[in-house]
Design a protein around this ligand. Structure first.
Ligand code: BEZ
Length: 201
């Protein structure tokens, strides 16, 4: 299998963390790829017409894209067990979707601040993205802490990748100040070998 890969992407990191947690990082060849909303870069559009990274080229089927699809596929073929059976599955999927929403808003902030031509940038739009992240982090602190204390799953991994991306690209935004439980959880989770091996920097 070949994974179109950019080390800074929190969505690529989800896939890489899953592979490391499953002891299967050597099953995938990494293909460096780039792209953003203004420029598809080197991401082949015949593999993902949306031009987004990650995309997973399989040996025995069409290329998969969207990190949630790729993670479900790899979890299945590698028997990684990072998606529990229902009814716990629904919690895992909602936490993964929440974390992906945080990462998505943070990537949009990055594009607005660094990719969009300077004259068109909107500080108001950036702050609107941050408000979304802020609300989601508060919801995680309020509602998800018992889930975070449970077995490692793809919801936790996605959350770790989103928080790691905030620390990487928005280090001046102190999300920890009002979220001591989440901050403590991330301090421990970030030390897992799979997270250490996939640091975006
Ligand atoms: C970044 O450099 O922040 C980035 C790169 C690829 C995908 C998403 C974000």
């Amino acid at each position: 299998m070949r994974l179109f890969h950019a080390p800074a992407s929190p969505f690529v990191r989800k896939v890489m963390v899953l592979l490391h947690e499953a002891g299967a990082a050597d099953r995938v060849t990494l293909v460096p790829a780039s792209g953003n909303p203004l420029d598809p870069g080197s991401m082949p559009l015949d593999r993902n017409p949306l031009g987004k990274i990650p995309a997973l080229e399989r040996d025995d089927g069409p290329t998969l894209y969207d990190s949630r699809v790729i993670c479900r596929y790899l979890d299945d073929v590698l028997h990684a067990g990072l998606y529990p059976p229902a009814p716990h599955l629904w919690d895992t999927l909602v936490l993964e979707a929440t974390a992906d929403g945080i990462a998505d808003a943070a990537v949009l902030m990055r594009y607005e601040e660094h990719v969009r031509p300077e004259a068109s940038r909107s500080a108001e739009w950036v702050e609107a993205q941050w408000s979304k992240i802020d609300r989601a982090l508060t919801a995680v602190e309020g509602r998800w802490t018992s889930h975070l204390a449970g077995p490692v799953d793809m919801g936790q991994i996605a959350l770790g990748c989103a928080l790691g991306y905030l620390d990487f690209r928005q280090p001046h935004r102190d999300w920890r100040a009002t979220r001591p439980v989440l901050a403590g959880w991330w301090a421990g989770f970030a030390r897992r070998p799979a997270l250490m091996a996939t640091h975006p920097g």
